[in-house]
Ligand binder design. Sequence first.
Ligand code: KIV
Length: 296
Amino acid sequence: MSTTPNESVVGSRRLAMTLPRLADKKRLGEPIVMITAYDFPSALIAEEAGVDIVLVGDSAGDVVLGYGSTVPVKLEEMLMLAAAVRRGLQAPLLVVDLPFGTYEASDEKAVENAQRLVKEAGADAVKLEGGGPAQVARVAAIVAAGIPVMGHVGLTPQSATALGGRRAQGRTAERALAVGRDARALEAAGCFAIVFEAIPAAVAAELTRLLAIPVIGIGAGAGTDGQVLVLHDMLGVYPGQALRHSKQYADLHGQMLAAIAEYAEEVRGGQFPSSENTFSIAPLELEAFTQQLGDV
Ligand code: KIV
């Protein structure tokens, strides 16, 4: 086993991901792996799979809370989901989304809510969407309060309505330059990394070279410093065609459906539970029990 300073495994123990290690990964050209998680079991599996960053995304609104968008997600819901993920994670960096409506109003509110995610849920860092002047000010305030912030530009689902729907961003020179200016401003405000969502690959690659901080892409091509996928998309939890920006690595919908349907059939057919799933009682005890049953 190699023992370079950047080595992320010592013996059988993985080193905890830190901001300097992430920066090293960019410098060394080592791809950064990030995935979303929303509960304890998926956190345990992400840990075991050796990912670098786990994001408790407000995509929870789409994939686990059934809202159909990220907009209704509440801070209290993020706190509950993130705390469960925290209990299953050791080595990966835990980043938690500030949901819509929890950071826009003022720097004070943004800092207060970021502190709640750190203190009550155990987040290592928070993420917020957008790179306009207000968001840049919020990033600076949260960073000044000692909490690392990940930025997010391009398609920002919390403001999808204003962007004309969930569509790719930066597809004209003017719009691509605007994405670049937002990203640079977030970097200058102190973001330790930034998500590029649904941006043309060539634009994302150029901007990734320009930025000193790591860029994690989703639907932004192979030229970013790392990739992030939404867990339920890549596991195929929902049936239907795979999303263009994602890749389906499993068919959990099919497997879960088959398992639950088989269970239902076995219950109805009397095959489950069998003797293997049943507890026994000594015959004498059973006899005594049945004799005294009338007294119950
Ligand atoms: O909420 C989320 O899951 C995200 C990722 C798509 C980056 O923001």
